[in-house]
Design a binder for this molecule. Structure first.
Ligand SMILES: [Zn+2]
Length: 189
């Protein structure tokens, strides 16, 4: 590893080890390696023993901890849902990275959730908060009232479903069938 200040790096590139340098702006610790979170120029601070990356384009639209995002559920497997991030709620500009995210079953709602499929299904559009950032990989949480599924299709006929009087249930008017979700207070129907 012979990265020096001014080198151009891409997200996920190894910049050093944490015994030597600590991650600073737009870098992160991945199991002892300092990696770049963005495309940009390396900046090494030898006095403070830190490594930063300076964005190559001015002020790119990168996510921060606590940001609210929209994404689509790509897979639900065991205790985890995988999400493709589509946009940031309060920033109309396209995101600088193709973010992918995971939600663990313990982060879906306040209180116990028995099965992940009672909260999310493949294709659902969800709103969530960013709780961890590792380059272009995120962890999300949907326990807030406005977080959860904002648009869902029936798993049988793919028609958009409508809310019911129950807060964790949607209804398909085509199949006359109910399905469970962790539903956002901003559900769109
Ligand atoms: Zn249906």
């Amino acid at each position: 590893m012979k990265v020096k200040s001014g080198d151009f790096v891409m997200p996920g590139d190894i910049l050093g080890v944490t015994e030597q340098f600590l991650p600073d702006e737009w870098t992160y610790d991945d199991d002892g390696y300092v990696k770049s979170a963005i495309p940009g120029e390396v900046s090494i601070d030898n006095k403070n023993k830190t490594i930063s990356v300076l964005p190559s384009r001015g002020n790119p639209n990168l996510l921060k901890l606590g940001d609210t995002v929209y994404g689509q559920v790509r897979d639900v497997r065991g205790q985890r849902a995988m999400i493709d991030i589509e946009s940031s709620k309060y920033n109309e500009r396209g995101l600088a990275l193709p973010y992918m995210a995971a939600i663990h079953i313990s982060q879906v709602k306040n209180g116990y959730l028995e099965k992940m499929t009672d909260a999310f299904r493949i294709g659902d559009i969800i709103e969530a908060k960013v709780t961890k950032i590792m380059g272009d990989n995120l962890d999300l949480n949907t326990s807030d009232k406005e977080c959860g599924v904002v648009k869902a299709m029936c798993t049988r006929c793919r028609a958009f479903m409508v809310p019911t009087e129950k807060k964790n249930e949607l209804y398909c008017e085509v199949c006359d069938r109910k399905e469970r979700r962790k539903i956002s207070s901003e559900y769109d129907f």
